[in-house]
Structure formats: C-alpha cells, structure tokens
Design a protein around this ligand. Structure first.
Ligand SMILES: [Cu+2]
Length: 343
C-alpha cells in the first residue's frame, strides 16, 4: 500500500515534460496527470487520489500513534531498570489489526480492478479513429491505415463531442526495444513492446496540444523521444487529413535538390511522396513542413534547424541513428530548399 502511495506521489512530481530547446519560446502546457482532459486520464487521476487519500489516512493514524507512544512512554529519569508491563494475547486487538487491513486491501483491489476494466479495451469501439503507433529508437511513427497516412512524432486526433463521439484507439508496436507511450493528460502510461501489440485509447472534447514522452529507458536518446498530441475540432482534423493525403506540389525551382535527395542514401531510410524514396528506417518526410518539430522534439522545424540537422544530426542528437552524410554545404542547402517545399 505504501508502494502505491509512493507511486502516486512520484507521478505527481514527474509533471514537467521536456520541450525543444531551440527556436520558439517554450510552451506553457505542462503535462500534469492531475489535470486530465481525456476520459481514461480522468479515471486514473480519480483512482490515484483515492489511493493517496487512503494511504495518507493510514500514514496519519500510524505515524500519530507512533509519535504519541514515543512521547508518552519515553524513558524518564529513574526508569532505567524497570520493564513496562507486558501484555500477551489480546484477541480483540489481533482481530482488529487483521480485519481492518483486509478491508482496506479489498477496497483498493476493487477500485483498481474496476478502473483497469474500464480502461482496457481489447477491440476498438465502432466509432474510433485507429492509429498504429510504432516505437523506434528514438522517434515515433504514426500510421493511419484508414487514410493511408504515415507521419512521425506528432499525433493528430479529432476531439470527441457528445453528439459525434470519436475516441482514438491506438495499437502500440515497437520495431526494436521496449518503449512506453505516455501523454499524462490524455491516457495512462502504456508500454510499447517488440513482438506484441498493446492497446490504448483516449477520448477528449478539448482541442489543444498535449505533451508527452517515451517513458521507458530505451537507449542514448531516450530523453529526446518526445510526443506531441494535437487534438483538433472534427473540421480541423478533416482538413489535416486532406492536407496529409494530398500529393506534394512539385516545385520546379528545387528540382536540383530533389534529384540530389533521390541520389543520396536518404532514400534508403526515408520515404517522401512524389519521389522514389520509400525507406522506413527513419520518419517519412512527406509533408515534413506540417510538423512543428524535428528529431522527436529535439528542435523546432525551421529551415536553419533542418540545415544543421542534415549537415550533422549527431551534433543535435548525439547517438541518433541517422549518419552524418558528409554533404558539402551547397548540397545541404539544395536538399533543404527541396525539403521546405514538402508542405
Ligand atoms: Cu523510447
């Protein structure tokens, strides 16, 4: 029980999530699990508070009795050789200290089991948007099979209104090691395990940006495996889907950069619609500029940061699994000129 209370307190303190350090000012949204905006997160908060209250009550009673006993029965001058009266075998006291904890444990067990049961959906509800989340070292892939969209690190979902309920149902997969998907204001932390499909759902009526991050140590750049979830009104979400599905405009003035991109090893690791690039080792670069950050939140997505990233990703994100391609400056510039047309 003490363990549970400890966990609740730990969660409460782990609230401030990292934000990209370059470019734009820091967002003021914190990822406070005690300010849930989604159904599962609210249920978890309620359970955490109940557990905290019960454990807090136990702490106060036990701590209070110990403090009282220590003071009331402390050794006084002249006490040294006197044993206090010894009491053996009080059935009443023994019954009390057996039955009361059993009742407390049963209450905690039932409350927890009920919440888990409500949160664990094995199959997506009819109306749900389904997204497959794939954990990679050290970025997130988001696939929307319904729409044929693949994107990275920034998950876009619709808000769910009472007359048009639209929960989001996530299938969690990993291609390498164990990761964990956690956006505290939206849903509970759920592990992302290789060769296994875990599930998670969220449902919120409140549009906005919610931050999270990988919550299972997964190697060098674990701390830079951030998550951004954008909840849109249904109309805005439909617009985002259309933009992601639209073919990239072919901009004639950046043909040189596009050619260079297609002749460079980039295409082995990245996909980009309208080109031969179909790699899946790294994030899809289709509609790259519709993302606010790059490198799973390591920097804001500006042309300057893109240039720095492609010149040497290892400096921005040491250990990252994209190599320094040793491109000349004019080659980097040409490729970035092309990339910034991917809207
Ligand atoms: Cu991870």
């Amino acid at each position: 029980m003490g363990l549970l209370a400890g966990a609740a307190v730990l969660c409460a303190t782990g609230v401030a999530m990292a934000e990209p350090t370059t470019g734009r000012p820091v967002f003021d949204q914190v990822s406070n699990m005690f300010q849930p905006v989604s159904v599962p997160a609210a249920k978890i908060r309620d359970l955490a508070l109940l557990v905290l209250a019960i454990c807090g009550g136990i702490f106060v009673v036990v701590g209070g009795l110990i403090a009282y006993t220590l003071i009331r029965f402390r050794a006084r001058p002249g006490d040294e050789h006197r044993e206090p009266p010894q009491v053996y075998g009080s059935s009443n006291i023994e019954a009390a200290w057996t039955i009361v904890p059993v009742i407390i444990v049963v209450v905690l067990f039932l409350a927890t089991a009920r919440t888990i049961n409500e949160l664990e959906l094995k199959e997506p509800p009819e109306s749900a948007l389904q997204v497959t989340v794939v954990g990679h070292r050290w970025w997130w892939e988001f696939q929307y099979p319904e729409y044929g969209i693949v994107t990275a690190n920034e998950l876009h979902v619709p808000a769910s209104t009472p007359d048009a309920p639209r929960p989001t149902f996530l299938w969690l997969e990993s291609v390498d090691v164990a990761h964990s998907f956690w956006v505290p204001r939206l849903a509970g932390k759920t592990d992302v395990i290789p060769n296994r499909r875990n599930t998670l759902w969220l449902e919120t009526a409140q549009p906005g940006l919610y931050l999270g991050q990988c919550a299972e140590y997964c190697g060098t750049q674990h701390a830079h495996m951030l998550l951004r979830v954008y909840v849109h009104t249904p109309e805005d979400f439909a617009r985002w889907v259309e933009e992601q599905k639209a073919p990239e405009a072919e901009v004639a003035s950046v043909a040189a950069g596009r050619d260079l991109f297609q002749r460079t090893a980039c295409i082995n690791c990245h996909a980009a619609s309208g080109t031969v690039a179909d790699g899946t080792f790294g994030p899809s670069l289709s509609h790259l500029m519709s993302r606010e950050t790059i490198g799973a939140g390591v920097a804001m997505n500006t042309p300057d940061n893109l240039r720095a990233w492609i010149r040497d990703p290892q400096t921005m994100k040491p250990g990252v699994r994209m190599p320094d391609m040793k491109l000349a400056d004019h080659e980097v510039d040409a490729i970035v000129d092309y990339l910034v047309t991917l809207r």
